[in-house]
Write a protein that binds this ligand. Structure first.
Ligand SMILES: Cc1cc2nc3c(=O)[nH]c(=O)nc-3n(C[C@H](O)[C@H](O)[C@H](O)COP(=O)(O)OP(=O)(O)OC[C@H]3O[C@@H](n4cnc5c(N)ncnc54)[C@H](O)[C@@H]3O)c2cc1C
Length: 443
C-alpha cells in the first residue's frame, strides 16, 4: 500500500471517530460528485476532465466540524479541497491531487444579522443570506447569479453579481470579517477583519479555509424587476450605461441580443426575435428608465415586485445567459469574460473577433462588462482572440484555466505561513503563473 493510501486510511479512521459515519464517505459515486464543478462550461477544461478524484469526502455540519476536518487532514499530510455548491466554473473546486474534499453545504446557518452586517457559516446559500437580510429591512451588498451557491464559495471563487454596479467586486469592502482555519494541524479558528480578511478572498481556499463570514448589508429599497425589449441589440447597448449610471444605482442591468435572448427560459417579458434588457432598480426610477428605453426605440414588457422577481432576474445575469445559450446550440460554445467601453460602443468589432461571436452585457458604473460566447474551434483560436480583444481595448479574464490569478504574490506569501506543507487545494496556486487578469471583470 502506498504512503498516500495509508495516510488517507488513517485519516478516514480519525474522521469516523471525530465526526461519525454519517459525515464521512468513500463511496465511489460520492467521491465523483465531490470532484466536479461548473467547469464543463469550458470546452478547453472539459477536454481535460477528470482532473482529479477525491479519496475521501466529509460533510461538515458546522464551522467547528470544518475546522476539525482541516486539522485532521493537515496532521495526516492529506490534501484538502473545500467545496461549497460546486458551481465554480474554472475547475478551481476539483481536488487535483485527490485527498480529502470537505463539503460545507450542511454548515448552513445564519449566525447574526446586525445593523449593516450579516454573519453566516461557510456553507450558507447566498439566497438564504439575502432572505435573512430582507427580513431585517436590509439587503446584501451583492450576490452572484448562482444565488444557491455558498458564501464560502462566493468569497473564495466568485467576484460579483447583483449589487456590483454600486459596490464593485467582492474584494472591495464587502467582507467585514472572516473566521478561517489554517492547514497547520490545529483546529484553531482565527478571526480576521479588514485587510487581514482580504488575504483569504478570491484565492480558491489556497490561503486558508473560511468557516464563517461577515459581509455587508445596506438598507432595503423598494426594488422592482423591469423587463424591456428592443428590435435589435444596438438598442439595448445604447442604454445600458445610461441606466447603469443612474443615481441611486440600479442593482443589475443585463442585456442580450435576439439570439441569446431566444435561448432564455420562456417568459412573455422576453419576446421572441427581440433583444432583451433586464434591470433591477429602485421603484422611484421606473418612470425615468421607461422614458430612456422608449426614447431609444424599446418598450417595457413587465415590471414585477418582490424578492422572487429580483432573484429570478438575477438568475438571468452574468454567466447564466451563456449557459442557456450553450445548451441551445448544437455546436460546442466557449466564452470569455470581457470588459471595456467597446462592448457598448463597437459591438461589431468585439463580436467579429470570433466567427459567430455573441455578447451578453452587464453594466458597471465605470464601463460595461460581459461574456463573449462563440462556437469553439480550438484553444489556439481562443488565445488568438484574447490578444485581438486586448488590442481593441477590451480587458479579458480567461475562464479556461484554474490558476489563482488575483493577488497571486500576496496569496503565496500568506499561504507560506498558513499552509506550510502545500495541502490546501493543491494545483491552483502557482506563483509563476503569468496569465494574471488583463482587465478586471468588475471595475
Ligand atoms: C452559470 C453560472 C453563473 C455564474 N454566475 C456568477 C456570478 O454572477 N458571479 C460570480 O462571482 N460567479 C458566478 N459564477 C461562478 C460561481 O457560481 C460563483 O462564484 C459561486 O458563488 C461559487 O460558490 P460555490 O458555493 O458553488 O463554490 P464552489 O464552486 O464549491 O467553490 C469555489 C472555489 O472556492 C473554494 N471554496 C469553497 N468553499 C470554501 C471555503 N469555505 N473556504 C475556502 N475555499 C472555499 C473551492 O475550493 C473552489 O476553489 C457562475 C457560475 C456558473 C456556472
Amino acid at each position: 500500500m502506498s504512503d498516500t493510501s495509508t495516510r488517507v486510511l488513517s485519516l478516514e479512521d480519525e474522521l469516523l471517530e471525530l465526526l461519525g459515519p454519517a459525515s464521512v464517505s468513500t463511496e465511489p459515486r460520492v467521491r465523483e460528485r465531490a470532484s466536479i464543478d461548473g467547469s464543463p462550461m469550458s470546452p478547453i477544461i472539459a477536454a481535460k476532465l477528470p482532473l482529479g478524484l477525491a479519496d475521501l469526502v466529509v460533510f461538515a455540519a458546522d464551522a467547528e466540524q470544518i475546522a476539525t476536518a482541516v486539522a485532521a487532514a493537515s496532521r495526516h499530510g492529506v490534501p484538502i479541497t473545500v467545496r461549497g455548491k460546486g458551481t465554480g466554473n474554472y475547475g478551481q473546486g476539483i481536488p487535483m491531487q485527490g485527498g480529502l474534499v470537505i463539503d460545507t453545504t450542511r454548515a448552513k446557518a445564519i449566525v447574526e444579522v446586525g445593523d449593516g452586517f450579516i454573519t453566516a457559516e461557510a456553507g450558507t446559500p447566498m439566497v438564504m443570506l439575502e432572505q435573512a437580510a430582507w427580513a431585517s429591512g436590509q439587503a446584501l451588498w451583492m450576490y452572484p447569479s448562482t444565488a444557491q451557491s455558498t458564501i464560502g464559495g462566493f468569497l473564495s471563487g466568485g467576484s460579483g453579481g447583483t449589487g456590483s454596479i454600486e459596490h464593485g467586486s467582492n474584494d472591495r469592502g464587502f467582507v467585514a470579517a472572516l473566521d478561517v482555519v489554517h492547514a497547520d494541524g490545529s483546529a484553531e479558528i482565527h478571526h480576521v477583519e479588514g485587510d487581514e480578511a482580504q488575504k483569504y478572498v478570491h484565492n480558491y481556499g489556497t490561503a486558508g479555509v473560511i468557516v464563517r463570514a461577515t459581509v455587508r448589508l445596506e438598507p432595503l429599497r423598494e426594488w422592482r424587476g423591469l423587463w424591456a425589449s428592443f428590435p435589435d441589440f444596438g438598442g439595448t447597448l445604447s442604454v445600458v450605461q445610461t441606466i447603469g449610471n443612474l443615481d441611486p444605482s440600479p442593482r443589475l442591468v443585463s442585456g442580450d441580443g435576439p439570439e441569446i435572448s431566444a435561448s432564455l427560459p420562456a417568459d412573455e417579458a422576453i419576446p421572441e426575435g427581440r433583444s432583451s434588457l433586464r434591470v433591477i432598480l429602485d421603484a422611484t426610477q421606473v418612470d425615468t428608465v421607461t422614458a430612456i428605453i422608449e426614447g431609444a426605440g424599446g418598450r417595457v414588457e413587465a415590471v414585477r415586485e418582490g424578492p422572487q422577481a429580483s432573484i429570478r432576474l438575477s438568475m438571468l445575469s452574468y454567466n447564466h445567459p451563456i449557459e442557456w445559450y450553450q445548451k441551445s446550440q448544437e455546436h460546442e460554445v466557449f466564452h470569455l469574460e470581457v470588459a471595456g467601453a467597446p462592448l457598448a460602443d463597437d459591438i461589431e468589432a468585439v463580436e467579429s473577433v470570433f466567427a459567430g461571436g455573441k455578447l451578453h452585457i452587464e453594466s458597471t458604473k465605470a464601463f460595461p462588462i460581459g461574456m463573449l460566447a462563440a462556437p469553439y474551434v480550438s484553444e489556439e483560436d481562443v488565445y488568438r482572440g484574447i490578444a485581438e480583444l486586448n488590442a481593441i481595448g477590451v480587458g479579458v479574464h480567461n475562464p479556461h484555466q484554474w490558476n489563482v490569478d488575483f493577488n497571486v504574490e500576496q496569496t503565496a506569501e500568506t499561504a507560506a505561513l498558513t499552509d506550510p506543507n502545500g495541502l490546501l487545494n493543491p494545483g491552483k496556486l502557482n506563483p509563476d503563473y503569468t496569465g494574471a487578469r488583463k482587465g478586471a471583470i468588475i471595475s
